[in-house]
Design a protein around this ligand. Structure first.
Ligand code: FAD
Length: 512
């Protein structure tokens, strides 16, 4: 692990850059960054702009939109370091952002321009306690190393379906996994959160201790404190059967029907799951559509009969195989390498052929408009369909419940979560294409409303900055979040000073 040692020199470095920055925050910039850099516990852990280490951290962002140049970055290495920085941020009223694995895409999701980015990337250890069957993960880890560490114990955990995604944002925002039918979301499997509160106190939150905070943190994202350790119940075995299967577009209806039937017949606690994804890729002036499924069995059992309908559709190629989860999932890493202009949007609809077909049709209507808006752009779209099932929600409730309010989504059977990911090569091209993607999203929601297939819920981890996930959690859950926020953060530091991620719409934070 390398950090640039700035410490005592930091005051001078900040003063130089602050003189160029004609922002009203210049004094705050100097006092926040130098207070952090000169604190005993944080010596050598604060990075100033334009150092090699600072620039290297900017390159760890998945989306170039999110990679903002902070006044300074602080990289704690322990819970004690987070306690120190929390006290300084609170006492100096420092605007700040929280970055864990940096895989949220929108500008302001995890990095801050006028403030301090708290980068948890060096808190990335995983340990497993065989006696308690609890895996303890620091929030700056990515899921790939977590699975690799657990292989030696022949256990795994409810984590992301790609190796590069961060643990902190994924788990605090919910966390849809290949194990979600069998166990619920990643947050549901958390038996204890270690959280540093705004005043620097460290608390444990579990079913017996600070139980209100434990529950509110299951979907509460960055609203309540800095989560410094996630203790999750581990699950036996490491084998996953899974992979991509690509089909000719003429089989689109057959694939949609297989998706709907599979989803409709989801068995309680099953290890089987499915995803269907539509792609459009435009590279070097040529574009092509594609359709793929991702079929998985999280017990590592191949070709279960529930997949027969899918497996009977002729395909153009398939990566389906059995192996340790750590070896299977890197292929799902996503549509882009780091540093391109990625944008994610999401919504919900009924599990119906009308929902699927209308989104497919609108995709084919809006992609040509995107192409025409930026003929020289290299860009891609990915539309992913995945179910929210009764068993997934029931498993969450069995473990104490979360605050995401998903019960109405499964009252009439499973529902459809859709995700649109748009990735563009340059900011200029994005400026031309993004407004059309926004129209596409509006058109999807309008169409679902028109055909009575719209469902009013937003998944935080896939949401665009204005999709306001919390307002869909339901009144009871929102009240709990507000109550917990006031109890554990009475000054509203995580509402007023935290500038990244989604915030509760409290009177203390009118813009949220
Ligand atoms: C390629 C790819 C694959 C993905 N796959 C999945 C998937 O399989 N399932 C799924 O559900 N989602 C998936 N996602 C979405 C992902 O869950 C979110 O982007 C998530 O925010 C990523 O976590 P992170 O640690 O990288 O978050 P970051 O972007 O670093 O942080 C996002 C926000 O989370 C909060 N946060 C993070 N850490 C902490 C902490 N320690 N304490 C308090 N608040 C914190 C903060 O508000 C922060 O601003 C995927 C995203 C990508 C890009």
């Amino acid at each position: 692990m390398k950090t640039a040692v700035i410490s005592a020199l930091f005051g001078a470095a900040v003063a130089a850059s602050a003189s160029d920055a004609a922002t009203p925050g210049s004094d705050a910039e100097h006092s926040c960054c130098s207070a952090l850099a000169t604190h005993d516990a944080l010596q050598g852990k604060v990075l100033g702009p334009d150092s090699d280490a600072y620039n290297a951290r900017l390159k760890t962002y998945y989306s170039a939109n999110a990679a903002q140049k902070a006044w300074c970055m602080v990289l704690p290495q322990s819970t004690a370091d987070v306690q120190a920085l929390a006290q300084i941020i609170s006492s100096h009223d420092c605007p700040f952002g929280i970055k864990a694995g940096a895989h949220s895409a929108w500008k302001g999701s995890n990095g801050i321009k006028n403030g301090v980015t708290v980068d948890l990337g060096y808190m990335n250890q995983t340990t497993y306690n065989q006696a308690t069957n609890v895996v303890s993960i620091q929030p700056g880890s990515r899921w790939g190393p977590v699975y690799e560490t657990l292989n030696q114990y022949n256990v795994t955990t409810v984590g992301a379906r790609t190796s590069v995604v961060g643990v902190g944002g994924f788990t605090t925002g919910g966390g849809y996994s290949f194990h979600s039918n069998a166990h619920g979301l990643a947050a549901d499997m958390v038996v204890n959160w270690e959280i540093v509160l705004a005043n620097g106190t460290v608390v444990n939150a579990n079913k017996d201790e600070n139980a209100d905070l434990w529950k509110a943190q299951k979907g509460g994202s960055g609203n309540l404190g800095f989560v410094t350790r996630i203790d999750q119940e581990a699950i036996p075995g490491t084998l996953l059967w899974g992979g991509f299967t690509q089909y000719h577009l003429k089989y689109t209806d057959a694939v949609f029907n297989a998706y709907l039937n599979f989803t409709e017949h989801t068995e309680p606690n099953t290890a089987d799951q499915n995803i269907v994804a539509l792609f459009y890729d435009k590279i070097n002036g040529t574009g092509a559509y594609a359709i793929r499924s991702i079929l998985t069995n999280a017990d590592g059992i191949a070709n279960r009969s529930v997949f027969d309908e899918y497996l009977s559709i002729p395909n153009l190629g398939s990566t389906l195989t059995v192996g340790p989860e750590s070896e299977i999932i890197p292929q799902f890493t996503g549509p882009t390498p780091l540093g391109l202009y990625a944008n994610w949007f999401t919504g919900m609809a009924t599990n119906s052929i009308e929902s699927l077909k209308s989104i497919d049709e609108l995709h084919k209507k809006y992609v040509p408009l995107m192409e025409a808006a930026a003929p020289d752009a290299t860009f891609n779209t990915l539309i992913e369909f995945q179910p929210v099932t009764d068993t997934m929600v029931a498993n969450g409730n069995k473990r104490g419940g979360n605050i995401m309010g998903m019960e109405p989504l499964v009252e009439g059977g499973p529902s459809l979560m859709w995700l649109l990911s748009l990735t563009v090569d340059t900011e200029e091209h994005q400026n031309s294409i993004l407004p059309i993607a926004r129209q596409f999203i509006d058109a999807i929601n309008d169409k679902q409303r028109e055909q009575n297939t719209f469902l009013n819920w937003i998944y935080l981890n896939y949401a665009w900055e204005d999709e306001a996930p919390f307002k869909h959690y339901g009144q009871k859950n929102i009240k709990l979040l507000h109550d917990v926020s006031r109890k554990y953060d009475p000054r509203g530091v995580f509402q007023k000073l935290r500038q990244t991620g989604f915030k509760l719409a409290t009177p203390r934070c009118p813009k949220a």
